[in-house]
Every structure is written in C-alpha cells, then in structure tokens.
Design a protein around this ligand. Structure first.
Ligand SMILES: Cc1cc2nc3c(=O)[nH]c(=O)nc-3n(C[C@H](O)[C@H](O)[C@H](O)COP(=O)(O)OP(=O)(O)OC[C@H]3O[C@@H](n4cnc5c(N)ncnc54)[C@H](O)[C@@H]3O)c2cc1C
Length: 400
C-alpha cells in the first residue's frame, strides 16, 4: 500500500519503530479480510491475536507487570496505523478498549489486583475489553447514571442497566462505573460515583447479568450490548481506586485517550483519501481518468489537507505534556473535533469519487463513510467537544 500521502510528520526513532512494526502486522490482513469481517459481523480474532502475540495489547501496561509501558506519543502512531492500513476506525475500536481499560487499573488499582491481573492481560490470558458508563438515561450527561452499587459486608451489590457497552463478548472483565451514593445525596454530581472490575463469567454464573446485543449499522464486527444487573455481587477488592471518586478517575486519562481517538480518525481519513486517489487515477470516463476533473481532484486534495492538519495537531498535542488540565483538555478536544470532521470529509469525497461504486461494499468506501459518521458521535459527540472548547477555552457560559 502507498504510504506516501501520510508520512508527512517527522517521527522520533521510537515512533518510527512503532509505525514499521504495526505496518508489518497490518500487511498480513488485506482489504478482503476487513470486508469479510464487516459482512459477517465477526470479530477480527486473528488480527487481535497477532497484536497480543507481539505485545501490543499491553501497550499501556508498565514494564514491571509485563507490558510495553508506551507513551501516548507512540500509541497515537499505533492506532493511526491500524486504521490507515485498511482496518479503518472499526479495527482500531476492536482493540482500543483492551488497551485503554487497563489504565484505571494501572493508575488506581490495588497492588494485589495489579499483580494478579496485569501480567495476565499482558500475556493475552485475560482481557479487559469492556467499559460500561453509558446508560439509557445518561449518555452525554454521564453523572446522571443510576446503576447502584451498595456495600453489603465485604461485597458490593450492583443493580441497574447499561447501554452501548462494547466488546463484552470479547472480554473477561468489565470496568463498571456505578453510583455508590445517589445523585440526590451528593453535594456535587461528580461525587458518589465509583469504579469496579466485574468478572463477567462470574456475573453470568451468579445469574445476575443479562445482555442483549444492539443491532446497528456500523462497526459490524465490534458488538455493543445492553446490560442488566440484578443483585450482582462484586467483592470489595474489585473496587478500583477510592469509593466515590470514580468520576474523577474516569476523567483522569480521558484527554490522552481522546487524542488516540483523534489519531484513529486521522487514520480512517488517510485510508479514505488513499482509496479515493487510487480510484480517481484508475477509472476512465469520457476517455480520461476521473481524477483529471477538478470536481473530483479538489475534494480529495482539500480532505487530505484537513486530515494532515488534524494529524499535526494530534501529534503535537500527544508530544506536549505541559500545561494545565484545561489546556491539555482543549488540545485533546480540538484534535478529536477536527480529526472527526476531516475524516468525514475524506470519506465523503472517496464515496463521490467512486460514483455508483461508492455504495458497493466491494470498494469499502461506503464502510469508511459509515465509520466516519460514527466518529462524530463517539466517544463523545462533536457538540460536547465544542461545549468544552466554548466553556474552557473561550470562557463562554456553560450550556448544561
Ligand atoms: C457504536 C457505539 C459504541 C459505544 N461504546 C460505548 C462503550 O463501550 N461504553 C460506554 O459507556 N458507552 C459507549 N457508547 C456510548 C457513547 O459514549 C454515547 O452514545 C455518547 O456519549 C452520546 O451519548 P447519547 O448517545 O446518550 O446521546 P445524548 O446524550 O442523548 O445526546 C443526544 C444529542 O444531543 C446533544 N446534546 C446533549 N446535550 C447537549 C448539550 N448540552 N449541548 C449540545 N448538545 C447536546 C448530543 O451531542 C447528541 O447529539 C457507544 C456508542 C456507540 C454508538
């Protein structure tokens, strides 16, 4: 595959190593592989196993627990490459949770929990692919979650419902965010929320978890679920961090994760531009390649410029560790916002370039388009990213 459009930013030696290694792995999974996964709706097990075998799923686990101890500046390269080399945003999403859900454990987990679990995750013996925050009545307004975890002896008893919890079918553990104190009883809505690790096999064995897959029209090979908990008993050792402080623990690390999502959008945008250019050069209409027409050429060139601008911002932000949390948050939200818009434009241009074949599954660009649309919704919507910029950067009044 041509990488020439996307090798635009000078990388450190470490980043170049990540790029080369991920490209080598991705080269074993061609376009047909990803198309088949999407058509069959089957998880890319072989691809993920290869990442596990080469230690990539342990990217953020410290070396002392058997992980790679990578920095955000390297993870952005990894995830951009996974998306750009044919897998798209969905391929990145297939592994994103498994990599990022180890972070709360690393940062806040007890030493016992860390030494018990992290080496197993690093070896691929266990996975923490699922993260349950969103509920039917609490999406953007996440402090309105109602799932309760009440202390009973040396256990917590969980009751409630989650929605859109992804990759539960590929996971041994779920990171669950639940209220240990109801919203009405805390002085600040961000208090009284706690984070737990849930052993999914144990939850099913207790008969305390029911799950149903959500039928959706995008990311077919990454399944999302609705979950119901009824009197699920979680041992107190599975509380991650401090009781009542879970929301702050979720927020911590969120900016770095948002930058990585931005990198995944950049990768999808680059993939779409590459496929658009390929077809624009190949397809002849009126005796000349369609790419000779500026109405085809300019949208691709425009999208390329925007994707690369978003990439520059994302990479700069991943390198810059300094500044207040508002400044880091501003850079992360701006990067995610711009990268999602840029990849949407790139995917739209790629579809238009393909004419009727733009909607034929065999050319893949229709999948990229649906994925690009999704990036405007997750993990937070574009409006919520703009809210952050409006409020925290521009000093405009809070809208909620
Ligand atoms: C494929 C997929 C996978 C997902 N995976 C997970 C997962 O693994 N774990 C998990 O916990 N969640 C997951 N989610 C949930 C996702 O994080 C939420 O869908 C997202 O945060 C938006 O919440 P919502 O859908 O409830 O939208 P709502 O909060 O209901 O918002 C509806 C609309 O109103 C707008 N809006 C609301 N309030 C404001 C405001 N104050 N200002 C401006 N606009 C506003 C929103 O931007 C949006 O456009 C997933 C979602 C999808 C689609």
């Amino acid at each position: 595959m041509a990488h020439r459009f996307r090798d635009t930013i000078p990388l450190s030696e470490q980043q170049r190593l990540v790029r080369r290694s991920i490209r080598e792995i991705c080269d074993n999974f061609d376009r047909a592989y990803w198309r088949d996964r999407a058509q069959e709706g089957t998880y890319p097990r072989e691809f993920v196993d290869e990442l596990i075998d080469n230690g990539w799923m342990a990217a953020l686990i410290p070396e002392e627990y058997g992980g790679a101890g990578m920095e955000t500046s390297e993870v952005v390269v990894m995830m951009e490459e996974i998306a750009a080399n044919g897998g798209g945003f969905s391929a990145a999403q297939a592994v994103h949770g498994g990599i990022y859900n180890t972070v709360p454990l690393v940062e806040y987990g007890s030493e016992e929990l860390k030494s018990e679990l992290l080496p197993k995750v690093a070896d691929g013996e266990a996975s923490i692919q699922a993260f349950g925050l969103t509920e039917p009545n609490a999406g953007s307004d996440s402090t309105s979650i109602e799932t309760r975890a009440e202390k009973d002896g040396d256990e917590y008893v969980v009751n409630g419902q989650k929605i859109w919890t992804s990759r539960v079918d590929q996971s041994d553990y779920l990171v669950l965010v639940a209220r240990t104190t109801p919203k009405s009883e805390v002085e600040k809505s961000t208090r009284g929320i706690s984070m737990f690790l849930v052993d999914l096999d144990d939850a099913l064995a207790q008969g305390a978890l029911e799950m149903e897959e959500i039928s959706k029209s995008v990311s077919e090979f990454v399944h999302s679920y609705e979950l119901w908990f009824e009197d699920l008993r979680v041992p107190e050792e599975y509380l991650i961090g401090e009781e009542g402080e879970g929301f702050y623990q979720v927020l911590d690390g969120l900016n770095e994760e948002r930058l990585v999502i931005a990198a995944e959008c950049v990768g999808l945008g680059e993939l779409a531009v590459e496929r658009g250019v390929e077809y624009a050069n190949e397809r002849e209409v009126f005796g000349r390649p369609v790419g000779k027409n500026q109405s085809i050429q300019h949208p691709l060139a425009d999208a390329h410029a925007r994707v690369q601008a978003a990439k520059q911002m994302t990479y700069d932000a991943a390198d810059a560790t300094g500044g207040s949390s508002e400044e880091i948050g501003a850079r992360a939200n701006m990067s995610k916002y711009l990268a999602a818009e840029a990849c949407f434009e790139a995917a739209d241009a790629a579809v238009q370039t393909h004419g009727g074949f733009g909607v034929a599954t065999e050319y893949d660009v229709e999948r990229y388009f649906r994925e690009a649309r999704l990036t405007r919704l997750v993990p937070i919507t574009q409006q919520l990213a703009l809210n952050y910029i409006g409020e925290n950067v521009l000093g405009l009044p809070r809208s909620y």
